[in-house]
Design a protein. Structure first.
Ligand SMILES: Cc1cc2nc3c(=O)[nH]c(=O)nc-3n(C[C@H](O)[C@H](O)[C@H](O)COP(=O)(O)OP(=O)(O)OC[C@H]3O[C@@H](n4cnc5c(N)ncnc54)[C@H](O)[C@@H]3O)c2cc1C
Ligand SMILES: Nc1ncnc2c1ncn2[C@@H]1O[C@H](COP(=O)(O)O)[C@@H](O)[C@H]1O
Lengths: 339, 269
C-alpha cells in the first residue's frame, strides 16, 4: 500500500498551523490514489492533542518522532530521521510546507533519498493514467506556471506555498492511528551534533512575520518619510496585519529588511495585500502574485500595481488610508451599537 | 581560510518589461547577469576572507561558456579564482543534478572552510541547490543566514543567525559548513579599478565531466529526477475595479470599497 506523507512542523513545543494546510493539500491526492494520508511529526513535547488535531484534519496515520534532541529544527538530524523513515515505509509522495525549514529540509532530504523535488507548488494533482504527481509552480517571478513531474523516482517530493490554500475543516469524529517511532540505535545514528542551536532572537524590534500574515500592508517610496509607516501600522493593527515594504523603502533605511517583499525579499500569499505608494515594479510583483486579493493605492493611474489589483484606487495615500481607517472604525462602532 | 561561492548566471530582470496585453514578461534574450542574490554570497565571503587575514575565495559557476562572464564579475569584486563547470552533458540539469556537479567540483577544491551560496536564483527561484550541495558534501547547513556573528578558527566553528518566520535562530556549525545568505548579510561593494583590471586579464579553469568523475547517468537532464511537462502563461485574471479618488467623494467611495473587500475576506478585527 502506498502512502501520501506530509511533514507536520512542530516548533518550540507547538504544532504549526501550516501542518494542517499541508494535510489539506495531501487529502485529495491520497483519495485519488486510493491510499492513506499520513502526517510525520518530528520534535519534542508532541502531545495527544497535537496528534488528535492532525487526525481531525485528515491524517489517517500520524508518525511521531519525539526526542529532546529534536526539539529545535536542525536540518541534518531531521533529514537523517526522515530518510530513515522513508527507506522503512517507502511513501509515494512526501509534501512539506515551503517555510524556511521546509525549504531547507526537503532539498537536503531529496539528495539523501535520491528523489525529485519541486519547490513552492501552488497546485498539486494526480495524473489519471499514470498516478504520477503533477506539481505546478510559478517560475520566473510568477510570469509562467511550470508543471513538473517525477516519473521514475520515489518518493515524489514537493513543498507547497503556505497560505495558498485554507486548512480543511476539522472533523473531530475522524479516527486515525498514531505510530510512536522508537528512538532505536538506527534513529540515534541519524542525529547529528555538528549543528548546535544556541537560541532565538525574537525580540528584534524590526521584525516581521510576513509569511504567516493574513494581511500585509505594504509601503513604498510614495510614503516619503520613515515616520509615515506609522499610518500603515494603524491600518494594519485593525486587520491583524503586518507591514511590508518595497526595496526602495528598505534601501532608504525607513524600515528593516525583514519587511522587504519581492524578488530579493519575501514571497507572500496573504488573504489581502494592500500596497500604498508602491509602483508595483516587476521585482516587487514577483513576491505578491499569489496574494488572494490585491488593493492598490497610488496617485499614478499607470502604476503597474493597479493592473494586478482587485481594487485599484487612483489617489493620494495620505487621504485614502486615513479615510479607510475611519471607515473601518465607523463600521466597528456601528456593529457594537447594533449588538 | 578557503571559501567557495557558487554563482549562477540568470536573465537580467532589468532587461525585462511587461507585456501590457498579456501581463507576461518580455525579455531580451541576450542580457544575462550574475544572480543578484549571489552578490550577497560573494560579499559575505570576501568579508570573511579579509577579516581572517588569509585564504582565498573561489567562485564556481556551472553553465555554458558565456557564463564565464559571472566569474569575471566575481573577480572584479575581489575573488581570487574562478572555475567554469561546463560540459554539454551538464545541460538540462535540475537542482538534483546541478548540486551533484557543484558538490563534485567543491570536493576537488578541498580542504575548504565554507561554501556560501545565494538564497535562491531569481530565475528558477527554487532555493534548493545550496541545501543539495550540503547534503552531497555531508557538511552542516544553515540557510537564510542574515548575520555571521563569530568565526572560531581554532575550534573550527562558525556562528550565524538565520532569518526564520518568527525571529532569528542562532546556530553554531562545525566547519566546513555551507551557508545560504539573505540580503541582510551586508551592503554590497562596488568593483574596484584594480579588480576590473584583474578581471579583464583573468583566465578561468574549465572543468568538465571527466574532471569531476561523476557517473554519466547522474549528469544533466539524464541525471535529473524531475521533468517539466508543461509551461503555461497565466493570463491576468484579476478584473479589477478602478476608483478615482481625486476628490472627496472619490476618497470616501474608495474607503467603502476597500472596507467591503476586507470584510468580505474576513480579515477585519
Ligand atoms: C535585482 C533586483 C531585485 C529587486 N528586488 C526587489 C524586491 O525584492 N522588492 C522590491 O520592492 N523591489 C525590488 N527591486 C526594486 C524595484 O525594481 C523597484 O525599484 C522598487 O520596487 C520600487 O519601489 P517603490 O514602488 O517603493 O518606488 P517607486 O517605483 O518610486 O514608486 C513609488 C510610487 O509611489 C507613488 N506615490 C507617490 N506619492 C504618493 C502618494 N501620496 N499617494 C499614493 N501614491 C504615491 C508614485 O506614483 C509611485 O508609483 C529590485 C530590483 C532589482 C534590479
Ligand atoms: N548553475 C549554477 N552554478 C553555480 N551556482 C549555482 C547554479 N545554480 C544554483 N547555484 C547556486 O545555488 C543557489 C540557489 O539556486 P537555486 O536553487 O537554483 O534557487 C544560487 O544562489 C547559487 O549560489
Amino acid at each position: 500500500m502506498s502512502f501520501v506523507w506530509t511533514i507536520a512542523e512542530h516548533h518550540a513545543g507547538r504544532l504549526r498551523e501550516v501542518a494542517l494546510e499541508v494535510l489539506g493539500r495531501g487529502r485529495p491526492l491520497a483519495d485519488a490514489l486510493g491510499t492513506r494520508l499520513a502526517a510525520v511529526v518530528i520534535g519534542h513535547g508532541i502531545t495527544e492533542q497535537d496528534t488528535g488535531r492532525l487526525i481531525a484534519h485528515g491524517a489517517d496515520e500520524v508518525y511521531v518522532v519525539d526526542d529532546p534532541r529534536l526539539a529545535d529544527f536542525r536540518c541534518e538530524s531531521y533529514s537523517g530521521v526522515l530518510a530513515h523513515l522513508i527507506r522503512t515505509w517507502s511513501p509515494e509522495i512526501v509534501l512539506a510546507a515551503a517555510t524556511t525549514s521546509g525549504r531547507t529540509l526537503m532539498p537536503h532530504l531529496a539528495i539523501r533519498v535520491h528523489a525529485g523535488l519541486t519547490a513552492d507548488c501552488t497546485e498539486l494533482a494526480i495524473e489519471p493514467d499514470t498516478g504520477n504527481l503533477l506539481q505546478t509552480r510559478p517560475a520566473i517571478g510568477g510570469n509562467i506556471m511550470a508543471t513538473i513531474k517525477t516519473p521514475r523516482h520515489r518518493p515524489q517530493m514537493a513543498t507547497v506555498r503556505p497560505h495558498a490554500s485554507r486548512p480543511p475543516q476539522p472533523d473531530p469524529d475522524r479516527s486515525g492511528r498514531v505510530i510512536a517511532v522508537p528512538m532505536d540505535t538506527q534513529l540515534e545514528a541519524c542525529l547529528d551534533d555538528r549543528t548546535q542551536v544556541l537560541g532565538y532572537r525574537t525580540d528584534a524590534a524590526d521584525f516581521a512575520n510576513l509569511e504567516d500574515a493574513d494581511v500585509v500592508v505594504t509601503g513604498g517610496r510614495g510614503l516619503k518619510r520613515k515616520e509615515n509607516f506609522a499610518l500603515l501600522e494603524e491600518l494594519a493593527s485593525r486587520l491583524g496585519g503586518e507591514i511590508g515594504a518595497t526595496r526602495e523603502a528598505v534601501d532608504r533605511g525607513w524600515i528593516g529588511y525583514p519587511h522587504q517583499v519581492g524578488l530579493s525579499g519575501k514571497t507572500i500569499s496573504p488573504r489581502v495585500y494592500i500596497g500604498a505608494g508602491a509602483s508595483g515594479s516587476i521585482q516587487h510583483l514577483a513576491g505578491i502574485k499569489t496574494s488572494e486579493r490585491i488593493v492598490s493605492i497610488n496617485l499614478d493611474p499607470d502604476a503597474p500595481l493597479h493592473r494586478v489589483a482587485d481594487v485599484a484606487v487612483v489617489g493620494d495615500l495620505f487621504e485614502v488610508v486615513p479615510a479607510l481607517i475611519a471607515e473601518l472604525d465607523r463600521r466597528r462602532g456601528a456593529a457594537r451599537s447594533g449588538d | 581560510m578557503r571559501i567557495v561561492v557558487p554563482v549562477k548566471q540568470v536573465p537580467a530582470t532589468d532587461a525585462v518589461t511587461m507585456d501590457p496585453e498579456t501581463g507576461t514578461m518580455v525579455r531580451s534574450a541576450a542580457a544575462s547577469v550574475i544572480n543578484p542574490l549571489d552578490l550577497y554570497a560573494l560579499e559575505a565571503a570576501l568579508r570573511l576572507r579579509d577579516s581572517s587575514g588569509d585564504g582565498d575565495v573561489v567562485a564556481l559557476t556551472m553553465g555554458p561558456p558565456p557564463a564565464e562572464a559571472v566569474l569575471r564579475e566575481a573577480v572584479s569584486l575581489g575573488c581570487d579564482r574562478g572555475i567554469l563547470l561546463s560540459d554539454t552533458r551538464f545541460g538540462g540539469a535540475d537542482t538534483w543534478a546541478t548540486s551533484r556537479v557543484l558538490a563534485a567540483a567543491i570536493e576537488r577544491l578541498k580542504p575548504i572552510d565554507l561554501v556560501i551560496t545565494g538564497e535562491r536564483a531569481t530565475d528558477g527561484d527554487t532555493a534548493q541547490v545550496g541545501p543539495g550541495i550540503a547534503a552531497w558534501l555531508d557538511i552542516p547547513l544553515a540557510t537564510y543566514v542574515a548575520h555571521v556573528t563569530g568565526v572560531d578558527g581554532a575550534a573550527a566553528t562558525v556562528t550565524v543567525e538565520r532569518l526564520v518566520e518568527d525571529g532569528y535562530q542562532i546556530v553554531r556549525l562545525s566547519t566546513p559548513a555551507l551557508l545560504t545568505v539573505v540580503k541582510e548579510i551586508a551592503p554590497l561593494r562596488l568593483p574596484t579599478l584594480d579588480g576590473v583590471m584583474r578581471a579583464r586579464r583573468a583566465e578561468f579553469e574549465r572543468w568538465g565531466a571527466v574532471d569531476l568523475a561523476v557517473p554519466a547517468e547522474e549528469l544533466g537532464l539524464k541525471g535529473s529526477p524531475t521533468r517539466v511537462v508543461n509551461i503555461a502563461t497565466p493570463q491576468v485574471t484579476r478584473e479589477g475595479e478602478t476608483i478615482d479618488a481625486g476628490d472627496e467623494a472619490g476618497v470616501a467611495q474608495a474607503a467603502v470599497r476597500i472596507a467591503d473587500l476586507l470584510e468580505d475576506a474576513g480579515v477585519v478585527r
